[in-house]
Ligand binder design. Structure first.
Ligand code: ZN
Length: 310
């Protein structure tokens, strides 16, 4: 119901797709690492997803006097360019706030909005983006809209564009404006207003709790958020419940045990992870074949073994 009201309310609004480039740097002053924003790029789309306005600004770094090599290699931005732009974060922000107005902010994954909050915290002492009304994580939206189901890896922007047959120049990527434009093209190709409702957040306190929540794997079997009833495995061949034949052990943040299917006379390793997310625990299970048993090391090779086996 709330979503429906929101959509009705925003039906005359535009979508602002933002991309940021930033430079990871150490602030001696604050004794911590900061992802300092060096470029803003954004496009404004109308309800038909036509680009009606654009935004592109470099930001002169105030924390670091040089760019780390990874950032300059990826973006081809030089420190001289940034210095010449003579644009503080605060000045670019005030331009961007005007550009955004009360429209919906969208980014590809939530890392850019988190970096924006981090810069707000650094320069203004508060990480809340008080001007922000609505937000959509377009990566999550596009993953769903395109039917992407690989839980182990997030959908990359260029992969998404390739899947949709949207052409782009590899060299143009990783510049804020180009990435924002490519994101807009992906969004347009996958536009479904009804589905979008599910991904549209009103930026209230709950939103900030959600966006700053860090998912983690539960590594203690006694954790009350673990549902022990999930800790079973069915045989992949016959579908019957398998018997657990070892204790659970923890490795690489997954619980592992040996299981046996009596019917198929087959042993396998069952691996299960419990990921604590904002909305609850996500359970992932995987079956791994056991390596064939090694022959006893002291056993002498039997020259007749091959014959006998036949
Ligand atoms: Zn079986």
């Amino acid at each position: 119901m709330r979503c429906y009201l929101v959509m009705t309310f925003i039906s005359n609004m535009n979508y602002i797709i933002l991309d940021l480039e930033f430079n990871g740097t150490y602030s001696k002053h604050r004794h911590k690492f900061v992802n300092e924003i060096i470029e803003f790029g954004a496009v404004k789309c109308d309800e038909q997803l036509n680009i009606i306005e654009t935004f592109s600004e470099l930001v002169t770094p105030q924390i670091s006097k040089k760019l780390n090599s990874h950032v300059s290699a990826l973006t081809h931005i030089t420190i001289d360019e940034l210095k010449e732009s003579n644009n503080t974060f605060s000045r670019v922000m005030s331009k961007f706030r005007k550009f955004l107005g009360d429209d919906v902010l969208m980014t590809w994954s939530n890392s850019d909005i988190l970096v924006l909050m981090e810069n707000y915290q650094y320069f203004f002492g508060n990480d809340r983006l008080s001007f922000l009304k609505y937000y959509v994580n377009l990566q999550k939206y596009c993953e769903r809209a395109i039917g992407y189901s690989d839980k182990s890896r997030q959908l990359g922007l260029s992969t998404c564009a390739e899947m949709l047959g949207i052409t782009f120049e590899e060299d143009d990527l990783h510049r804020a404006y180009n990435d924002a434009k490519l994101t807009a093209l992906c969004f347009k190709a996958l536009y479904d207003p009804e589905l979008l409702e599910e991904y549209l957040y009103v930026c209230d306190n709950d939103f900030y709790r959600r966006i700053t929540f860090k998912n983690y794997n539960i590594c203690d079997l006694k954790d009350p958020n673990i549902n022990k009833r999930e800790m079973f495995f069915n045989c992949e061949i016959c579908g019957k419940r398998a018997l657990r034949r070892s204790k659970w052990r923890l490795k690489n943040r997954s619980f592992r045990a040996i299981f046996r299917c009596i019917r198929c006379r087959r042993d396998f390793e069952g691996r299960i992870t419990f990921k604590q997310c904002f909305d609850g625990v996500t359970v992932t299970k995987r079956i791994v074949e056991l390596p064939p048993k090694e022959k006893h090391k002291t056993a002498k090779p039997d020259p007749n073994a091959e014959k006998r086996d036949k």
